[in-house]
Design a protein around this ligand. Structure first.
Ligand code: ZN
Length: 517
């Protein structure tokens, strides 16, 4: 191995692949790492030795044992590189597409339209087909009045290489219409990028004039263009999906991911599940055979079709005999978070580490010999090696007191969290959007990007955690809990939590009965 690759700041195609795989915008810190490392552990043991014949073609070249904080460098045989790059590009596009859909689902309001818990007995073997029978009429779901009967509707699927002009030509419509409709305000522009597989519906009057066009731009979204004289108006209609509660249960042998896949949970849902419990369970180091999960989540349907996953509504994770339960709750402001049934938050007030997908390159050490000056200089923080440009996340809610540059620090950010706590982030390549002195930040918000500005030998984040002005080791300092349910919300939270705890109990008893048979 060339020396540069070993430091965890390696460049080159290997790293690109790993980073592409992990560019998943809806996933926050705790999991990406878990996702990657736990997959890695499928192929390598903790010393980096391949576990299978297949894995032997890859080489684990990071000198660290595979661990929570290690990100892994695999060396691929040279002829495979091009192929792997192409595959990873395709995979990234695919995964990204899927995830975007998923994260949009998450934004929909839960609550009123939640389907009631289905009759308990079919829970365990309920299939999507059975769910489809319960769907509502698609027209009424879109909430659109039908077009006048005398208009002729033509459905046209976008083909590869298609554009609006070609589709209009095939349907005998004029370039004038193409021009008018693609200049409709405000959504005309969207018709300049139409995607293969999506469907257009053209409505023409009996004289053949185009009166209306519907473009189904997503499983739930339709763009509607309607003639008004020579021009077209446009608007977007988003259908409210039907929400069905689905249940999954898994027992873990060694990896949460393997168990989840066996239980039929997508990787995205698994990551969200791991994120909920990341404060209580270290999914790499704490997992033991026999650990188990029970999860209640939403499946979204529209027009009799499955369109994605909604929220995880409640979950239980059993780790080494400890039962952890989380219930999703939306407060009066519309903010969603997970709480234990007694109302305490599932989160802590601070992330344990503010940069995802990293490893510790220098620990908190008050007697360290400085790498540049060769003298004893205390290291009052932790260095996380990560590729340049890796996002740095605010460890907790707070206010930026400094976003500036000095010779030793390079670009750096200081955040004040309440009275007692301060966090510092050094050597940034650049600042996050809107990060300046006085800016309010939320836990997990990107405040900057890893770099090597200032006195730094390689790209890394130097991170400090101060309690009442004293530097503490961020890895071991006891972190305060995040805010519990507000007193004013308790009255509404209690019955909600009880309801979902009961659903979990019912499901668990069904699982137990099924297993006893
Ligand atoms: Zn440092």
């Amino acid at each position: 191995m060339k020396s540069g690759r070993r430091k965890g700041v390696a460049s080159g195609p290997q790293i690109c692949i790993l980073r592409d795989l992990c560019k998943q915008p809806s996933i926050s810190y705790g999991f990406r790492r878990i996702f990657f490392v736990s997959n890695c552990l499928t192929f390598f043991d903790v010393q980096g030795e391949p576990k299978s014949e297949w894995a032997k073609q890859f080489k684990y070249v990071d000198r660290q044992p595979i661990q929570l904080d290690g990100y892994t460098i695999l060396q691929f045989p040279r002829p495979h590189l091009v192929l792997i790059l192409l595959l990873s590009l395709a995979l990234t596009a695919f995964v990204f597409d899927k995830l975007t859909d998923d994260s949009e689902d998450v934004r929909f309001n839960t609550g009123a339209t939640l389907a009631a818990i289905p009759d308990a007995s079919p829970l365990l073997n309920r299939t999507a087909l059975e769910i489809r029978e319960t769907k509502t009429d698609p027209e009424s779901a879109r909430g659109e009045p039908p077009a006048p009967a005398q208009w002729i509707a033509t459905k046209s699927e976008v083909r590869p290489g298609d554009n609006l002009a070609l589709i209009f030509k095939r349907n005998g419509l004029s370039p004038t219409d193409v021009y008018a409709i693609s200049n409709a305000q405000p959504l005309g522009k969207r018709l300049r990028n139409i995607f293969p597989g999506h469907e257009l519906t053209l409505y023409q009057d009996d004289a053949g004039q185009l009166m209306k066009l519907d473009y189904a731009s997503g499983p739930l979204d339709t763009l509607i263009y309607e003639r008004e004289g020579k021009l077209f108006t446009s608007r977007q209609v988003t259908a409210e999906p039907d929400r069905i509660i689905a249940y999954k249960h898994g027992v873990i042998d060694h990896s949460l991911f393997v168990a989840s896949q066996r239980a039929g949970l997508t990787d995205n849902l698994t990551m969200r599940l791991a994120q909920i419990f990341q404060w209580d369970v270290d999914f790499v180091l704490d997992i033991r055979p026999g650990d188990a999960f029970y999860v209640l989540f939403e499946e979204l349907f529209h027009d009799n079709k499955f369109v994605g996953y909604g929220e995880i509504l409640a979950a239980e994770f059993v780790n080494q005999g400890d039962h952890h339960r989380a219930i999703l709750y939306t407060d009066d402001n519309g903010d969603k978070d997970y709480f234990a049934p007694n109302g305490t938050s599932m989160r802590k007030a601070f992330l344990r580490a503010p940069v995802e997908f990293s490893r510790i390159s220098s620990n908190f050490n008050l007697n360290r010999v400085h790498p540049l000056f060769k003298t004893v200089r205390p290291h009052r923080g932790i260095d996380y090696a990560a590729p340049r440009g890796t996002p740095i996340l605010a460890a907790g809610d707070g206010r930026v007191t400094r976003a500036s540059r000095t010779k030793p620090n390079g670009n750096y950010v200081v955040i004040q969290h309440g009275e007692q706590f301060v966090t510092k982030y050094l050597h940034l390549s650049k600042f996050g959007r809107g990060i300046k002195s006085g800016a309010k930040v939320q836990q997990g918000q990107t405040i900057g990007y890893v770099g090597a500005t200032g006195w730094a030998t390689a790209a890394h984040l130097h991170y400090e955690f101060l309690v009442n002005g004293v530097n503490k080791n961020p890895r071991t300092v006891s972190l305060p809990d995040a805010q519990p349910i507000a007193g004013s919300e308790m009255q509404r939270f209690k019955p909600h939590a009880a309801e979902y705890a009961a659903k979990l109990d019912l499901y668990k008893s069904q699982v137990a009965v099924a297993l006893a048979r």
